[in-house]
Design a protein around this ligand. Structure first.
Ligand SMILES: O=C(O)[C@H]1O[C@H](OP(=O)(O)OP(=O)(O)OC[C@H]2O[C@@H](n3ccc(=O)[nH]c3=O)[C@H](O)[C@@H]2O)[C@H](O)[C@@H](O)[C@H]1O
Length: 460
């Protein structure tokens, strides 16, 4: 029976006289029948609002650097990776093998580059390919920062004939498959959860990538036959609260100031274990604040550029009693030079079948620029390059894991790797700004529309 048949009022009171003819349970049912459409509409509306809030949450509560203003509690605990990473199948295997093929005989190497769609990963992969080495990339394309930038880097690599496998370093089956398909001579392990301050927002992601992910990678490498030599990204942050300058590899690294630093330090200890037990040849590189074209939007030089151009204030940290905060900013090409020299000088691993046949090489190098620059000076250089005055807001450095200064002693890398950084901050930032303006095309309306297209925020 429809409500039309029984004359259920369209508005209360209109057909009041008909109501008493109905039994109590009928009236109850009719009332519900009447409310159901409304209930449905309101439920639908509430669900839509919740969904919209969920979808916009990563950007709406973020600063340019991508972190929530209001609190450091975890607003989004897990990073999203590419929707459905798929691997396997004859076509996929063909692409992996073809990308790994060495074009430079007899000395070429075949390298698995993890984090290949990342900043350093892209540059290293390209440099290897340019000289004819085999390169296969691996990246999970997570949304720590705008995935569109990672996709653009992937397109660049694809243009050079490099295949980037979509997958996670924690996927042991995928790693085993890759080592099964290709006898990689080297792994350049650059996949990591980067960023010092974000460790207070999403600590779990540091453990997942920098500890569990590293172990997963080393497990696959020690089981591979032949075992590859490993070169991997540690960090200048392991020096933590060390006050001896310049930072040397012989200094203690027992006082990390952030969880990021602690996971990198843990990585160095884990490397020692895999070298000791399984004979893996391992080289850890302590990178000092790497910057340049195709860089990371979560880093200060990058989001300062964005904010200066859009007229937003930038926050510059200062130490206690106005102490200067400084970094040994290192240009990407110099870092690439150090990575490639490390790959070229890496000795073979000595293990096979899960046990070592003799001692293997274990190294750690600083890769810095050796000339720290105050952050205020970095801002002045950017102002000159961009021809826009920054709206500076100087604040006391919050207790967020940052250290006051970094300064690399690079004599060991000079001696063992022939490492000679030759790009000063002025020159390097000029190249970065040129790339940035071309990529985002500010400050015209094109900039705004492109920004929207690429996801807008420079959050991770
Ligand atoms: O060498 C490393 O091992 C690390 O280098 C990088 O960390 P950092 O040296 O901290 O770089 P970055 O964030 O660009 O801050 C630069 C400066 O700006 C200051 N800073 C920062 C933010 C801000 O709002 N204001 C400010 O003054 C800040 O206090 C600092 O003095 C990598 O991100 C990290 O992944 C790791 O690789």
């Amino acid at each position: 029976m429809s409500h039309m048949d029984v004359g259920v009022p369209s508005s209360p009171g209109k057909f009041k006289s008909e109501k008493p003819h109905l039994h109590h349970h009928q009236r109850f049912l009719l009332r519900w029948h009447n409310y159901l459409p409304k209930l449905f509409v309101w439920s639908f509306f509430a669900a839509a609002v919740l969904l919209a809030l969920f979808l916009i949450s990563p950007n709406s509560s973020s600063t340019s650097s991508g972190f929530p203003h209001s609190s450091f509690t975890t607003e989004r605990r897990f990073l999203r990776t590419s929707s459905a990473p798929t691997w396997g199948g004859p076509e996929w295997e063909k692409r992996v093998r073809s990308s790994a093929r060495i074009r430079r005989r007899p000395f070429g190497i075949s390298v698995l580059v993890t984090g290949a769609a990342g900043f350093v990963g892209t540059h290293v992969s390209n440099a290897l390919r340019r000289r004819g080495d085999g390169v296969v990339g691996l990246d999970n394309f997570n949304d720590y920062y705008e995935p569109s930038l990672k996709r653009a880097r992937q397109a660049l690599l694809s243009h050079s004939g490099i295949f980037v496998v979509e997958g996670d370093i924690n996927d042991g089956a995928l790693l085993a498959k890759l080592f099964d398909l290709v006898a990689f001579t080297h792994v350049c392990h650059l996949a990591a959860q980067a960023g010092v301050r974000y460790a207070m927002v999403n600590p779990g992601s540091y453990v997942d990538s920098n500890v569990a992910g590293l172990v997963s990678l080393l497990e696959a490498a020690r089981s591979a036959n032949p075992q590859p030599a490993i070169v991997w990204a540690s960090s200048s942050s392991v020096y933590g609260l060390n006050t001896q300058v310049p930072f040397s590899e012989v200094h203690l690294t027992d006082h990390p100031a952030s969880l990021y630093a602690a996971t990198k330090k843990a990585g160095e200890e884990i490397a020692h274990v895999y070298n000791h037990i399984y004979g893996l040849s391992i080289t850890g590189l302590r990178f000092f604040t790497v910057y340049g074209p195709w860089g990371r939007p979560d880093m200060a030089y990058f989001f300062f550029t964005k904010d200066i151009l859009s007229g937003k204030p930038i926050t510059i940290f200062e130490g206690p009693e106005g102490a200067t905060v400084a970094r040994d900013f290192t240009y990407i090409d110099d870092i690439v030079q150090g990575c490639i020299a490390s790959l070229d000088t890496a000795q073979k691993s000595t293990g096979s079948g899960g046990s070592k046949k003799g001692p293997a090489q274990l190294r750690v190098f600083n890769l810095g620029n050796t000339s720290p620059v105050p952050v205020v000076e970095l801002v002045s250089i950017l102002e000159r390059q961009l021809k826009v005055k920054a709206k500076r807001k100087v604040v006391k450095m919050p207790g967020n894991g940052d250290v006051l200064f970094t300064h690399a002693n690079i004599s060991l890398a000079k001696k063992e790797l022939g490492y000679h950084p030759n790009t000063d901050l002025q020159t390097g930032l000029k190249r970065f700004v040129k790339w940035y303006l071309a990529y985002y095309a500010p400050p015209s309306r094109t900039y705004l529309s492109k920004k929207g297209r690429s996801g807008g925020s420079s959050s991770s």
